[in-house]
Design a protein around this ligand. Structure first.
Ligand SMILES: *Cc1c(COP(=O)(O)O)cnc(C)c1O
Length: 362
């Protein structure tokens, strides 16, 4: 059986070892004669799975004890609504950094519930850099500051963690496309959320890491399923959670722990991205328009010298086994996503193929 080189931005490829283990355990999980998908979410077997995921998240990210780890459905997109519904205080005022297509959606949702102040934006430059901001720009009555730490579509990332407020204003971060890819100090954030289908597993699960004091302050009108308190109180088992997605995340986290955790994967991610960017920087045929200091380690948009050659590149790449390199429709060109599960060899192969393509068509 042949697997292709898969550069999908999400749902993204999984580590091969994870798929093999899922396959081995599919018909009979730990010899119980049933798959993990077919048993009660209140069974001892599933309880052990969800507890293990939380334990591994805490261990890998060194999550402080005063944070809850919640398992929610609805994707990162539902968090665009849950965050304001739960964190707004009486004055309903929040600040957002506008760094890409996902922050645009987050802002649009939050604006339905309150007053949103955009403290920095790179929209006028098509989000080709991460907009810088300073804490003193924040209104002291703002309920929280929202940032998107990796812009999946535009290929930028947030690096200036020293600019995050230390004055008690909670920072909310959408880390859907870079959680567990590099070192992270959870204590700098009030709430972190991430859809699982990029670096954590498969679609259907969103993980929320939230400081305890931010749970349970929502107004009485908040629907039960949109209230973080519901998940915190019931240990994410108020209703049926996405059991198979949670199980797959357990396998991904065990894989990550086995290979050395965040320090090791961060090293690998930096190396993979460097190889790719070094090539782009030496090529006169392929290029990236993202500001160098803000370049994402996870998602790398790039182009050739013309639209026609972009299409030809995508077409021939696919024939050669390099899949899902088409850029997001809003940006065009190409995009290579190099999440945790992407092996170094695949990046080397892609770069070698790009060199050949350049020699032939430049
Ligand atoms: C993919 C992505 C989303 C949307 O995730 P869904 O699970 O499809 O709702 C939101 N934010 C970022 C940064 C993403 O990469």
């Amino acid at each position: 059986m042949k697997r292709v080189f898969n550069f999908s931005a999400g749902p993204a490829q999984l580590p091969l070892d994870v798929l093999i283990r899922a396959q081995e355990e599919l018909l009979s999980y730990q010899n119980i004669g049933m798959s993990i998908m077919e048993i009660s979410h209140r069974s001892i077997h599933f309880k052990k799975v969800i507890e293990r995921v939380e334990e591994l998240m805490r261990e890998l990210l060194q999550i402080p004890d005063n944070y809850k780890v919640l398992f929610i459905q609805g994707g990162a997109s539902l968090q665009f609504s849950m965050v304001p519904l739960n964190l707004f205080k009486e004055n309903k005022h929040a600040s957002y950094v506008h760094s890409g297509s996902w922050s645009k959606k987050a802002i649009a949702e939050a604006s339905k519930f309150g007053d949103i102040h955009i403290i920095a934006s790179s929209e006028e430059q098509q989000f080709t850099y991460f907009p810088s901001f300073q804490v003193h720009q924040l209104n002291e009555n703002t309920n929280y500051l929202h940032i998107t730490t990796n812009n999946t579509i535009e290929g930028t990332r947030f690096t200036c963690t020293e600019e995050l407020p230390k004055n008690g204003i909670p920072v909310v971060a959408d880390m859907s496309s870079n959680i567990l890819s590099e070192e992270l100090d959870v204590s700098q954030y009030g709430l972190i959320y991430a859809g699982a289908q990029k670096n954590l597993g498969i679609a259907g699960l969103t993980i929320v890491i939230i400081r305890e004091d931010l749970v349970g302050n929502t107004g009485v009108d908040c629907p039960t399923m949109l209230n973080y308190e519901t998940y915190a109180k019931a240990e994410s088992l108020y209703n049926t959670p996405p059991t198979f997605s949670i199980y797959m995340t357990m396998l991904v986290l065990e894989w990550l722990k086995e290979l050395g955790g965040i320090p090791e994967i961060a090293k690998r991610n930096i190396e993979k991205a460097k190889i790719f960017y070094d090539f782009l920087d030496t090529s006169s045929f392929f290029s990236s328009n993202v500001k160098k200091a803000d370049r994402s380690l996870m998602n790398i948009p790039f182009t050739t010298v013309s639209k026609e050659l972009n299409s030809l590149f995508i077409q021939i790449a696919e024939q050669e086994g390099f899949y899902a390199l088409k850029g997001h429709r809003s940006v065009g060109g190409m995009r290579a996503s190099l999440y945790n599960a992407m092996p170094l060899d695949a990046v080397l192969e892609l770069v070698a193929f790009m060199k050949q393509f350049e020699e032939k068509y430049a």
